[in-house]
Ligand binder design. Structure first.
Ligand code: NAP
Length: 232
C-alpha cells in the first residue's frame, strides 16, 4: 500500500496576506497548514487550517517546534515591522534544516499627488508636526507615546483594539476600528475630523492603503514611518 506523504507547512502570520495564503494552501491535498500568530490582537479572525498563538521562545524554541511538528516548509508572511520573528525564522529553519520562503508585503511607493515626509520613527514624526495641526494617528497603541508631548496638537487615534490604558493626549478622539475598507470611508473620516496631517507606518498591502489614497485626494500631508532595517 502506498502511504501518502503529508506536507506540513508553518505560516508565520498576523497579516491579511498570511490569511490569504492559508486559505489557498489548505486547498492543496495532503497538506497540513498551521498559522502562527504573535497574539497581539485580542480577537483574531478564524483562519483556515490550524492556528497556534504566542511566541515560540526565541530561535531555539522555533527550531524545536519545527522539529516536533515535523514541519517541511516555513513561510514568513509576518508584518514588515515584525523584524525579530523574521530574523528568528532564518536562524531556526537553518538549524532545523527546512526550507524558508519569505512572502512579505512590499512597501507602498509614493505616487503623483502624495505629500509624504519619510521619517524613521514616531519620535521624528512627532517633532515635525506643525503647531496646531489636527493629526490622524493610524498606529497601534504601543506606538503612541512619542506623540503625548505634543499638547498643542489634536489627535484622532485609530487602532483595532481599544487600549487597556488611558491615552495621555491633551486633546484627542479615539476610534477603535480597523482601517476603512473603501477610500470613501477614509475620506469621510478625514473630513469629519478636519484632519490636516496623517501619521502611519509604511506597512504595505491593500487593506491599509485606502487612507493613503484618501489623503492624496484631499492633499493631506503624511508623515510616513519607513520600515526598520532587518534584525541581523
Ligand atoms: P517581533 O518584534 O518581530 O517579534 C517579537 C517576538 O514576538 C518574537 O521574537 C516572537 O516571540 C513573537 N512573535 C512575533 N510574531 C510571531 C508569530 N507570527 N508567531 C509567533 N510568535 C511571534 O514582532 P512584534 O513584537 O509582534 O511586533 C513588532 C512590530 O511589528 C510592531 O511594530 C508591531 O506593531 C508590528 N506588527 C506585528 C504584528 C504581529 O502579528 N506580530 C502584526 C501587526 C504589526 P518568540 O521569540 O518567543 O518566538
Amino acid at each position: 500500500m502506498k502511504v501518502k506523504r503529508v506536507q506540513n507547512i508553518l505560516i508565520l502570520g498576523g497579516t491579511s496576506k498570511a490569511a490569504e495564503l492559508a486559505a489557498k494552501l489548505v486547498q492543496q491535498p495532503d497538506t497540513r497548514v498551521i498559522s502562527s500568530l504573535a497574539g497581539r490582537t485580542r480577537n483574531p479572525a478564524t483562519l483556515p487550517g490550524e492556528t497556534r498563538i504566542g511566541g515560540f521562545g526565541g530561535v531555539e524554541g522555533l527550531a524545536a517546534y519545527i522539529a516536533d511538528e515535523n514541519i517541511h516548509l516555513v513561510i514568513d508572511a509576518t508584518h514588515p515591522f515584525a523584524t525579530q520573528i523574521s530574523a528568528n525564522a532564518i536562524e531556526a529553519t537553518a538549524i532545523a534544516g527546512v526550507k524558508l520562503e519569505q512572502d512579505q508585503r512590499l512597501p507602498w511607493q509614493k505616487q503623483d499627488g502624495d505629500i509624504w515626509h519619510s521619517v524613521v520613527s514616531g519620535e521624528e514624526a512627532a517633532a515635525l508636526i506643525p503647531a496646531g495641526a489636527r493629526v490622524f494617528l493610524a498606529l497601534g497603541s504601543q506606538h503612541l507615546s512619542p506623540f503625548y508631548c505634543r499638547k498643542d496638537v489634536y489627535f484622532l487615534v485609530r487602532m483595532v483594539d481599544a487600549p487597556g490604558d488611558i491615552l495621555q493626549f491633551e486633546n484627542h478622539d479615539l476610534m477603535a476600528a480597523k482601517p476603512g475598507v473603501t477610500v470613501a470611508a477614509e475620506l469621510q473620516t478625514i473630513k469629519a475630523h478636519r484632519i490636516s496631517h496623517l501619521v502611519c507606518r509604511n506597512s504595505g498591502g491593500k487593506h491599509g492603503y485606502t487612507k493613503i489614497a484618501a489623503a492624496r485626494q484631499l492633499g493631506v500631508p503624511i508623515f510616513m514611518i519607513e520600515r526598520p532595517d532587518p534584525v541581523c
